[in-house]
Design a binder for this molecule. Structure first.
Ligand code: S3P
Length: 454
């Protein structure tokens, strides 16, 4: 993305709307899309993927896997934009050294997971990214991957651009995650795929388990055990290396993190009733629905089913008078990407919402605590930023003043959250740049505009 160029910024004012009615289908899950391309690129034979998210982040993963020898092709299926992706993998251990540095764009998931993959291949790989990604900490993956034998040359503070010299053979490790991070867990497990013996990750706080589910689906020997740890139950994940992966047919379920914007929009815009189809409800991702229900949100699950080995349902969401609550910090990992839009819901609720334990939000695509505190304050909400959370005094359903421009800091979720805030504002909310939305949810604006004012 060329988002470093301020002249090319695409500002937009999101206007107040009438009731949102109708139905929509959310695009494929970003986490699952990344993983299906990576594992497909390591399996020998043809993996076919439908429902893949065609956002910039996932396309960065696809380009990287092509640069390392896999064939990753899009095949149009119909004229409604549906496609099947066909991936021919190279086999675990057979990734080729890329000819040029890999452009990771805005994508932390591509970067950290691929660092894991290449760390146990005998190749040298250079990674770079946009201004947002170049500020994010990579030390959290450099540390365990160094223990496995890989060597790193990183920019100051363990940041991009960086070079990885993979170790082969690598050394299996037992690693206890110091931060609740599915990306770090996945980087170690993916590195373990090409490491002789058993690589073990101890996870004191459960995070999204898509890597574990999909690695098993592709035939890796992976087991998960729950053991008593120092701070309660701890998940222990073991993977046997030098694995042979078998190609799969994958149907990617809809992304709950994308559905989140429409769930909150339907709850806060008076008179709304939206049916959001195809929402992934893996328990390690479903925290937002739980918290919004505790705030009084009317969210019903219709037609629960399984898609691609993941629980999915359609969600029927009706406008509700939300009440502020104290959000239990333990729920944070299962809704880590949904806090920006939860803060918007809290700003329109009755009473006070308190969030804590959210230090990780400071190292996402932007510092989401300070970015959302500033954004919501600009549009007239009452917000106090603490070290590890926000305390928000809601309007009790009264529209926010609106205003802007809101600084989105190259962060798609800040842009989409403030778009939702604009729907319940007097003057609308101007977002300084909508381009980052394409990293995870390219059809967001089209879907929102399609619902229109009823
Ligand atoms: C992701 C893990 C989370 C999340 C990110 C996607 C993944 O990051 O914020 O959007 O696909 O593994 P952390 O591992 O940094 O919490």
């Amino acid at each position: 993305m060329s988002s470093a160029d301020p002249a090319a910024m695409q500002p937009r004012r999101f206007l107040p709307t009438g009731a949102l009615k109708g139905e929509l289908r959310v695009p494929g899950d970003k986490s699952i899309s990344h993983r299906s391309i990576m594992l497909g690129a390591l399996a020998v034979g043809e993996t076919r993927v439908t429902g893949l998210l065609e956002g910039e982040d996932v396309l960065a993963t696809a380009a990287a896997m092509r640069a390392m020898g896999a064939s990753v092709l899009r095949q149009a299926q119909d004229d409604r934009g549906n496609a099947e992706w066909r991936i021919h993998g190279v086999g675990v251990g057979a990734l080729l050294q890329p000819q040029a540095p890999l452009d990771m764009g805005n994508s932390g998931t591509s970067t950290r997971l691929l660092m894991g993959l290449v760390a146990t291949h005998a190749i040298e790989t250079r990674f770079f990214g946009d201004a947002s990604l170049s500020k994010r900490p990579m030390g959290r993956v450099i540390e365990p991957l160094s223990q496995m034998g890989a060597a790193f040359e990183a920019s100051e503070g363990g940041k991009l651009p960086l070079t990885v010299r993979g170790a082969n053979p690598a050394v299996p490790i037992e690693y206890r995650l110091p931060v609740a991070s599915a990306q770090v867990k996945s980087a170690v497990l993916l590195a373990g795929l090409n490491t002789p013996g058993i690589t073990t990750v101890f996870e004191p706080v459960p995070t999204r388990d898509h890597s574990e589910r999909m690695l098993r689906g592709f035939g890796a020997e992976l087991d998960v055990e729950e053991l008593d740890g120092a701070t309660g139950l701890e998940r222990v994940i073991r993977i046997r290396g030098e694995a042979e992966l078998r190609p799969q047919m994958i149907d990617v379920p809809g992304d709950p993190s994308s559905a989140a914007f429409f769930i909150v929009a339907a709850l806060v815009v008076p008179g709304s009733e939206l049916l959001i189809r195809n929402v992934g409800l893996n328990p390690t991702r479903a925290g937002l629905v739980q918290v919004l229900r505790a705030m009084g949100g009317d969210i019903a699950e219709v037609n629960p089913r399984e898609v691609g080995g993941e629980p999915v349902a359609d969600l029927l969401v009706r406008h509700s008078m939300l009440k502020g609550i104290d959000v239990d910090p333990a729920v944070a990992p299962s809704m880590i990407d949904e806090f920006p839009v939860l803060f918007v819901a809290a700003a329109l609720a009755q009473g006070t919402t308190v969030t804590r334990g959210l230090d990780e939000l400071r190292v996402k695509e932007s510092d989401r605590l300070s970015a959302m505190a500033a954004a919501l304050t600009t549009v007239g909400a009452r917000v106090r930023e603490t070290e590890d959370g926000l305390t928000i005094e809601g309007t009790g359903g009264e529209p926010l003043n609106g205003g802007g421009p809101i600084a989105t800091h190259l962060d798609h979720r800040i842009a989409m959250s403030m778009a939702v805030a604009g729907l319940v504002s007097r003057d609308g909310v101007e977002v300084d740049d909508t381009r980052p939305i394409a990293t995870s949810f390219p059809v967001f604006e089209a879907l929102l505009d399609g619902l229109g004012s009823a």
